[in-house]
Design a protein. Structure first.
Length: 258
């Protein structure tokens, strides 16, 4: 019987390379799809939200509201004089679409806290049903100055002394892990909005909002958008929204354990 010739080693090597390339492509596609569609367990975190600025361009808010989005935070101000030019439009349109809406301020290290407070109060409308104001505290996009913890606390206290009485409720601090590591012990006790992409924040740092994605997709928005969840269900959310309950689950700096 005539024996079949075995493929040469270059042919076998080429075939193996093709198979490996196909496997790598399948794994890459699966990873990309998992990343794009990632969402925390809806049974635990049923309320999903977004945070946006002028970078998202024109937003179709009714379509956003129809895509399982319950709340939205809008960039209002930064530092002592910057105002997001899409804020007023987004504020009116998102509220008209039935979303729970709040504003956030990017706190810069290079302007006095009192000046920044005046910028917020001149920009953000007073609305009893608005979500608590958020103060964005992070290194990314901030100025080059890195204040001592006591100096930062002083400017934050000056900011809060003006903003919180005017709004009749306490603010929420948006923090990255790096910021919390550097300044957590200096922060006054306030509720936290944690940035922790694709991974639930550690339980020691209690939070009310969790930003879990920075490249999410939502109907009505062209391009990527930040995605968030609330820590509990609709009843807790309604209570948090409707009263001075932004103190729920406040961050309190704790000394390191033994």
């Amino acid at each position: 019987m005539r024996r079949r010739r075995r493929p040469s080693w270059p042919a076998r090597l080429a075939a193996t390379a093709v198979v490996l390339a196909l496997v790598a492509a399948v794994l890459a596609f699966s990873g990309w799809r998992w990343f794009r569609e990632y969402r925390p367990d809806p049974a635990r975190y049923p309320l999903r939200g977004i945070d946006v600025s002028h970078h998202q361009g024109r937003i179709d808010w009714p379509r956003v509201a129809a895509d399982d989005v319950a709340f939205a935070y809008l960039k209002a101000t930064e530092g002592g004089d910057y105002r997001d030019d899409a804020f007023a439009r987004n504020w009116d349109a998102a509220r008209a679409a039935g979303l729970a809406v709040g504003a956030y301020h990017f706190f810069t290290f290079c302007r006095p806290g009192a000046e920044q407070a005046d910028n917020v109060l001149a920009t953000v409308p007073a609305a009893a049903d608005a979500l608590p104001l958020v103060v964005d505290l992070e290194f990314g996009g901030n100025c080059g100055r890195v204040p001592a913890p006591a100096d930062l606390r002083g400017e934050l206290d000056a900011f809060l002394a003006r903003v919180e009485p005017a709004q009749s409720r306490r603010v929420v601090f948006y923090v990255t892990a790096e910021f919390l590591d550097a300044y957590g012990a200096a922060l006054p006790p306030r509720a936290l909005w944690r940035r922790s992409l694709l991974r639930e924040p550690e339980p020691l740092a209690r939070w009310v909002l969790w930003q879990y994605h920075n490249r999410g997709r939502v109907d009505g928005i062209d391009g990527p958008v930040d995605l968030d969840v609330f820590f509990a269900g609709p009843e807790a959310f309604a209570a948090w929204r409707g009263a001075a309950a932004a103190d729920a689950r406040p961050w309190v700096a704790r000394p390191p354990g033994p």
